[in-house]
Design a protein around this ligand. Structure first.
Ligand SMILES: Nc1ncnc2c1ncn2[C@@H]1O[C@H](COP(=O)(O)OP(=O)(O)OP(=O)(O)O)[C@@H](O)[C@H]1O
Ligand SMILES: [Mg+2]
Length: 262
């Protein structure tokens, strides 16, 4: 059974089509890099797969279930995470809170087993030493890794990560990518990761989707990351480069060129 199977899926906001006719299959354990310019529909597709947005047509299955019914297997980590930083939460509280939210608790009661599990996942992402530090005092890369730890708390089979590298400097990016690689290898979790820049994630991608309101391309990195394909979205100066079995892109300034599908 595939982790995600989409057949001719179109997604709407109040009757207005945002994403049109997307078909793809993601097998369990695979990582998909979802690439496309602003407004391409990346977040929309991710939220629809996660069961958070229900206005779609076509067939969409997550582990053979409708997205709403697959909720217990799926964790969505949004593009921006806001936390009232005046509330003095420690890193481990932020991790444990993920589970409390899922259970729908209003008041926090963090039990011993939950604390142990939170410390375990913090260790997995390499952050044992900051478990008791206030979340607000962590670096951007550490915060993102805390959010990954929190996502792992409920042992998901599918992780939906919306731009997990945005606003991070190269060294923090490398730390986060290393954790994502560990999640993939050691836990076998299926991942869909949206990004504007495929390059830092090149080592992770089994599949690449190029989305620009419609599906421009879907396939293995060597099938999708080709000059003639990325040029359809990013203009004639876009280049795909192969370095030691991996594929990278130079896409320059997308605003200089027309975009397809507008
Ligand atoms: N809540 C909403 N209500 C109405 N339209 C929306 C809503 N969210 C997104 N859209 C529209 O859907 C389209 C796709 O938006 P989406 O946020 O999915 O793109 P994206 O690829 O994630 O862009 P970005 O790279 O900027 O994050 C856009 O035209 C956007 O205006
Ligand atoms: Mg988005």
């Amino acid at each position: 059974m595939a982790a995600v199977e989409a057949r001719d899926v179109s997604i709407y906001y109040e009757g207005q089509k945002a994403v049109e006719g997307v078909s793809f299959t993601l097998e369990e354990g695979e990582t998909l890099l979802l690439l496309g310019p602003n407004g391409a529909g990346k977040t929309t597709l991710l939220r629809t797969v996660g069961g958070f947005h229900r206005e779609y047509r076509g067939e969409l299955k997550v582990f053979g279930l409708s997205p709403g019914d697959a909720g217990e297997f799926v964790v969505y980590v949004p593009q921006s995470f806001s936390l009232n930083e005046r509330v003095p939460l420690r890193a481990r509280d932020v991790v444990a809170m993920g589970r409390l939210y899922r259970r729908g608790f209003v008041h926090f009661r963090i039990g011993k087993a939950l604390i142990e599990r939170a410390l375990e996942v913090l260790d997995f992402v390499g952050l044992s030493e900051v478990a008791d530090k206030p979340f607000s005092e962590l670096s951007g890369g550490q915060k993102q890794r805390v959010l990954l730890a929190r996502a792992l708390l409920s042992k998901p089979r599918l992780l939906l990560l919306d731009e997990p590298l945005s606003a991070l400097d190269p060294s923090a990016r490398a730390d986060v990518v290393a954790v994502l690689g560990k999640i993939k290898r050691e836990m076998g979790v299926t991942m869909m990761i949206t990004t504007h820049d495929v390059n830092p994630l090149a080592e992770l991608g089994d599949k690449v989707m190029l989305l620009n309101r419609r599906l421009v391309a879907f396939g293995s990195p060597d099938e999708v990351l080709r000059d003639e394909i990325i040029a359809r979205v990013y203009g004639p100066l876009a280049r795909a480069i192969r370095l030691e079995e991996r594929f990278y892109c130079i896409i320059g300034d997308t605003h200089l060129h027309g975009r397809e599908g507008r």
